[in-house]
Ligand binder design. Sequence first.
Ligand SMILES: Cc1cc2nc3c(=O)[nH]c(=O)nc-3n(C[C@H](O)[C@H](O)[C@H](O)COP(=O)(O)O)c2cc1C
Length: 328
Amino acid sequence: MQILDFDSQVFLAPMAGITDRPFRALTASLGGGNIVSEMVAVNALERKNLKTARIADVRDEPYPVVVQLVGGDPALFAEAARMAVDLGAHSLDINMGCPVKKIVNNNSGAALMRDPLLAAKIIEATVAAVPLKVSVKFRKGWDHEHINAVSFARMCEDAGAAYITVHGRTRSDFYSGTADWDIIAEVKSTVKIPVVANGDVTDVFSARRILEYTGADGLMIGRAALGAPWLIGQTDAYLKSGKLPEAFLPAKIKAVLLRHIDGLCDYYGERTALQLSRKYVCWYCKGLHDAKRFREQYTKINDLEAALAAVNAYFDGLPERPAEDDEK
Ligand SMILES: Cc1cc2nc3c(=O)[nH]c(=O)nc-3n(C[C@H](O)[C@H](O)[C@H](O)COP(=O)(O)O)c2cc1C
């Protein structure tokens, strides 16, 4: 079952502070999949907060972007949804899974799983406001005493969601333990709209497994893509062709990382880009030889030219073979 117009079962997860324009552009250039934005707060967008409007602005991106909205008020959702359309959204997703205190204390994110009536109003208001597909992303439940993903999925369907994404953890789990794929399978066997399975997909094999195990129509990859934006395109290609992807050797990783830093510079300016690049450098060299030393060295660098030289020197000094967890 095709989920969005873009012919792919694979979704890049929305990740605040990560799936910004540079990350999305890189992911798309490396083979694509369905690309989702960071979450956008509806109250800030409605107030025309400049920073938030910039996060929601996907007008000049040459690939379709699912823009994710977060909030707790149906009227604000309707208004923000209309603004997101003007800012180029290809479709909209509603965040009903974020576990962060600041968000749930505002009756938003995963808190909406405790208030399905309000959640339904939000979905209905958003669907009625825009001519785009509207999806919902949620968790297994609030905590282990309140597991309601199946009834919540039914509510989303009745309220007009085009598809749903289920992360197999409760709000109280945050990101700990393993994701429960059984609950995703249960949801899939309950609703007719497409279901996207999320939680603990780390490579092309677990991508195939989650689809087979849950029967879901698509899958979403988050943390595994942090230092590997190519994983989305690789997984898409693997699911379509059955051919195993080529290993990403250090020279190729370096090229992607340098492009990433370049994209951060264009979008944020050099100073912020250098700061942001520190976390990415840590992720890109996960499992590589001598990574610990390089990370320590990189985080101390305060100058872009020196940072780029350090990346070149580190990666050029690595053996040209796949990284098989030889981090020491
Ligand atoms: C740094 C970070 C930021 C995240 N931000 C969001 C967000 O803005 N919206 C959302 O729905 N989920 C967010 N998530 C959750 C992911 O979309 C995903 O559901 C979760 O990481 C589980 O998938 P994974 O096991 O593939 O990482 C975030 C996760 C991480 C690690």
